[in-house]
Design a binder for this molecule. Sequence first.
Ligand SMILES: [Zn+2]
Length: 178
Amino acid sequence: MNIYRCTICGEASIAEKRPSDCPLCGAKKRYIKELEKVKGDDLFVVKKLSDESKKNLLLALNMETYNASFYKCASVNGDVETVKAVFKRLAKVAREHADIARKFLGLDPIILQEEECSLVSAENLQKAAVRCLEAVEFYKKAATEARESKISTFFKAMIDAEEEGGIVAKKMLNSGNQ
Ligand SMILES: [Zn+2]
């Protein structure tokens, strides 16, 4: 039994082997390290945050909060139980992404909004796939603009996590699960 920690969101995992993805934020295996190799409490501390990074972190915070709110709606409303279960997971991941951005900015904990979604799960999946694609494009741009290594690493990890979200949404659409 070993203890691992995600360097992106700080979540600890207890497992035999290094997890392939962070169970909380979806960061890839390369961001998960043995607990003792991850510095304790300064994961979200950046001494001098540039205006550019502040702006992009705020955009990320708003985008992920919006997505989390939409996914939460789609986890309750919809006509396919398996799709609703997947949206429950996507909502948790997006909420965690928003939470990381707000920690870098030193803001108060986020509150999800009331968002509208469809009663047809397939329509929600289509929207989710688009949202993930838009997020990938945003994070690619943000990662190139970030001069602080922690912020750049966070944005890069989000590119992979959002790509995965898009793949999941498309897979569910094509699986006949909707
Ligand atoms: Zn994580």
